[in-house]
Design a protein around this ligand. Structure first.
Ligand code: ATP
Length: 366
C-alpha cells in the first residue's frame, strides 16, 4: 500500500442501509450522506458527533469493513475503496481492544506481521520497538487478562502501529476506560502521533477528546457533515446551531433583532442588551447562543454594556466556581458559570464580550 501519499481523499463517500420497513417499499436510509474531504499525510482528524451520526460507518468504509453505496476513497489518485481490508493494510484500534486473550502481549502485537510473512527475527525487533513506544516492554510476556484496561488499549495501539500502516483508524478507543485513565491515554495517543506522524482518523462522541487530540475535526449529525475545521474554529465559530450545541453553547435565547448601529445589529429585550449581531439578521428572530463560561458576573449596581440582567433561580456549587441558573424577564433560562455568592431570588447582571455571542436564524433551531 502507498505510504508516500500526499492526500487521502474522500469523495462523496456514501453508505446506505435498509431501514426497518425495507421489505415494505421504504428506500434505504443514508447512514453516511456524501462525506467529502482531503486529509493530508500525517494529519490527525477526529470524526465527532452524537450516537448514530454515522461516524463509525465512515470509519468502517475507510477500513474496508463496509462497502460504499456511492462515492470513492483515494490515496492521491489511487482508488482504494474497491480493495479488501487486508490489501489496504490500515491499523485499527477498537473500543473493546479486540486482543487475542490466549496470546501474550508480544504475540498479539506481532500477529499482523506473522500473517504478512515477516521473518521471526524481524518480528522480534519490530514488536520490541512498538512495545517500547507504548511503554509496555516489561509486560511483553503477560496475557491481556493480566493487564489493566489502559494497558490493554496500549497493546492494541502497538498492534496497529507495528505494521507501519499508511493510515491508523481508531473507533472510540478510550470509551471503556475510567476518567483518569482516559486523560492519561489521551496524552499518550497525542505523544505517539507526534513521534510517528502517522495519518490518523479518530472517531469519538467526546468534544474534549476531539479538541485536545485532533488537527481538524469533522462534526457530524444524521450522516451529514456539519462543519470541518481546526479545534479553534469548531469551538469558537460553530457554523450552525447544531455544532454550537454540541460544542457546549448551552444557552439559547430567542430574540428579535431590532436595532442597528456602527457595531452591527442589536438585540434588546427586557433586561437584555447585546450588540454585534450580524446585520443579515436585522428584522428577524434569532437564536442567540452563549457558553455559560463566557459571562462575567457584574458587581451589584455595576453598569455593563453588553449584558443581561436576570433573576437567580438555582445555584450548583462546584468549589472554585458555581453554575447559576437564571431566569430572564421573558422567562428564558440562562446558565452562567463563574465565581460569586448570589443566592436564589437575587438579581444578577452578567456581561459577555460581543464576539462571544453567536446568533443564528431562528429556523435553524429545530
Ligand atoms: P455510535 O457512536 O452509537 O456507534 P455512530 O455515529 O458511529 O454511532 P453509526 O454506527 O455509523 O453511528 O450508525 C449510523 C446510522 O446507521 C445509525 O442510524 C445506525 O442505526 C445505522 N446503521 C449502522 N449500521 C447499520 C447496519 N448494519 N444496518 C442498518 N443500519 C445501520
Amino acid at each position: 500500500m502507498k505510504h508516500d501519499f500526499k492526500t487521502l481523499r474522500l469523495d462523496k463517500v456514501t453508505r446506505r442501509f435498509d431501514g426497518p420497513n425495507a421489505g415494505k417499499g421504504d428506500a434505504p436510509v443514508a447512514a453516511l450522506g456524501g462525506l467529502s474531504m482531503n486529509i493530508a499525510r500525517g494529519e490527525f482528524v477526529a470524526l465527532l458527533g452524537p450516537s448514530g451520526c454515522g461516524k463509525s460507518t465512515a470509519l468502517n468504509c475507510l477500513a474496508g469493513l463496509l462497502a460504499l453505496s456511492d462515492g470513492g476513497i483515494y490515496l492521491d489518485d489511487f482508488r482504494i475503496d474497491t480493495l479488501p481490508p487486508e490489501q489496504r493494510g490500515f491499523g485499527m484500534v477498537f473500543q473493546n481492544y479486540a486482543l487475542f486473550p490466549h496470546m501474550t502481549v508480544a504475540k498479539n502485537v506481532g500477529f499482523g506481521l506473522l500473517m504478512r510473512g515477516v521473518a521471526a527475527a524481524d518480528i522480534a525487533v519490530r514488536v520490541k520497538r512498538a512495545l517500547e513506544l507504548v511503554q509496555l516492554l516489561q509486560h511483553a510476556d503477560k496475557l491481556p487478562g493480566q493487564l489493566s484496561g489502559g494497558q490493554q488499549q496500549r497493546v492494541a495501539i502497538a498492534r496497529a502501529i507495528v505494521i507501519e500502516p499508511p493510515l491508523i483508524l481508531m473507533d472510540e478507543p478510550l470509551s471503556n476506560l475510567d476518567a483518569k485513565l482516559r486523560l492519561e491515554m489521551r496524552s499518550e495517543i497525542r505523544r505517539i502521533h507526534g513521534e510517528l506522524g502517522r495519518t490518523t482518523i479518530y472517531v469519538t462522541h467526546d468534544q474534549d477528546e476531539a479538541l485536545s487530540l485532533a488537527d481538524r475535526i469533522v462534526v457530524m449529525k444524521d450522516g451529514l457533515v456539519q462543519q470541518i475545521g481546526t479545534p479553534q474554529e469548531v469551538y469558537g465559530q460553530p457554523s450552525n446551531l447544531h455544532v454550537a450545541r454540541f460544542m457546549g453553547y448551552r444557552n439559547e435565547l430567542v430574540l428579535d433583532v431590532s436595532a442597528q448601529d456602527g457595531n452591527g445589529a442589536h438585540l434588546s429585550g427586557p433586561g437584555i442588551s447585546l450588540a454585534g449581531i450580524p446585520k443579515s439578521l436585522l428584522g428577524q428572530r434569532a437564536t442567540v447562543s452563549i457558553r455559560p463560561e463566557e459571562f462575567t458576573i457584574c458587581a451589584p449596581g455595576e453598569q455593563a454594556g453588553n449584558s443581561i440582567t436576570a433573576s437567580v433561580e438555582s445555584v450548583e456549587y462546584y468549589g472554585c466556581e458555581s453554575l447559576f441558573m437564571l431566569r430572564t424577564q421573558d422567562r428564558s433560562r440562562l446558565y452562567v458559570r463563574g465565581a460569586g455568592n448570589a443566592k436564589p431570588g437575587d438579581n444578577m447582571t452578567v456581561s459577555v464580550p460581543q464576539e462571544r455571542v453567536l446568533a443564528y436564524p431562528v429556523e435553524q433551531a429545530a
